[in-house]
Design a protein around this ligand. Structure first.
Ligand SMILES: Cc1cn([C@H]2C[C@H](O)[C@@H](COP(=O)(O)OP(=O)(O)OP(=O)(O)O)O2)c(=O)[nH]c1=O
Length: 195
């Protein structure tokens, strides 16, 4: 990347790096934020996404040798008041898809940017997603694909699951992992980007 402040992406997600590259941003550094992502008792999806994005940015900012611009995000699949887990095994992925089948859910994207002066700017992006009603054989096929691994809610809209998604209202990039419209505006306000 060229001019502007040193920019650090606080993420282990290759998707977030790809999404930033899509708008011409290549971080100087990528530093994963290690933290416990377990929801707090009674925490709602929206609050969870906001809290984790901020905590990820904060953990990485606090560990820097010298201040830089730090961006972090968190993607949460919310079904009503419920937070669906990140699928790390087949059973979890299957349970998620069964819950999402034939229903509308919301993908909450928390975004936090900490400026070189330590000032925090946060955004919350919401996208509504509607799955078709899934036949058990469709769920089986999806599980066999492995596409669900590590994904919030057990699916990835950028992969095979697109065949099952009837409708998306709002930011598509938010579902993939980082709302680009909101991120671009934040970065621009902090001296990055050529838009
Ligand atoms: C719903 C959905 C989620 N996802 C992904 C985006 C995120 O990587 C993941 C949600 O987990 P996150 O905790 O948001 O991110 P992460 O653990 O992958 O990376 P990090 O915390 O280090 O930044 O699910 C998709 O790729 N496609 C989708 O359609």
């Amino acid at each position: 990347m060229t001019d502007g402040p040193t920019f650090v992406l606080a993420s282990a997600s290759p998707r977030r790096l790809d999404l930033l590259a899509q708008i011409g941003i290549v971080p100087h550094k990528v530093v994963p934020a290690e933290l416990d992502e377990t929801p707090l008792k009674g925490e709602l999806p929206r609050a969870h996404a906001q809290r984790l994005a901020l905590e990820k940015a904060r953990v990485v900012f606090d560990a820097l040798e010298r201040p830089a611009l730090v961006l972090a995000a968190d993607t949460v699949v919310g079904l009503g008041r419920r937070i669906l887990p990140k699928a790390e095994d087949e059973k979890t992925a299957r349970d998620c898809l069964t819950l999402l089948s034939g229903r509308r859910h919301t993908v909450y994207g928390g975004i936090s940017l900490i400026g070189t002066d330590g000032r925090v700017q946060s955004r919350l992006v919401e996208t509504a997603v509607i799955f078709k009603r899934l036949h058990p054989t469709e769920i089986d096929a999806y599980i066999a694909s492995g596409d669900w691994r590590g994904k919030a809610g057990g699916y990835a809209i950028q992969g095979l699951a697109a065949a099952y998604i009837r409708r998306v209202s709002g930011s598509y990039s938010n579902v993939v992992g980082l709302g680009l419209f909101e991120t671009a505006a934040l970065l621009k306000a902090n001296g990055l980007g050529t838009w």
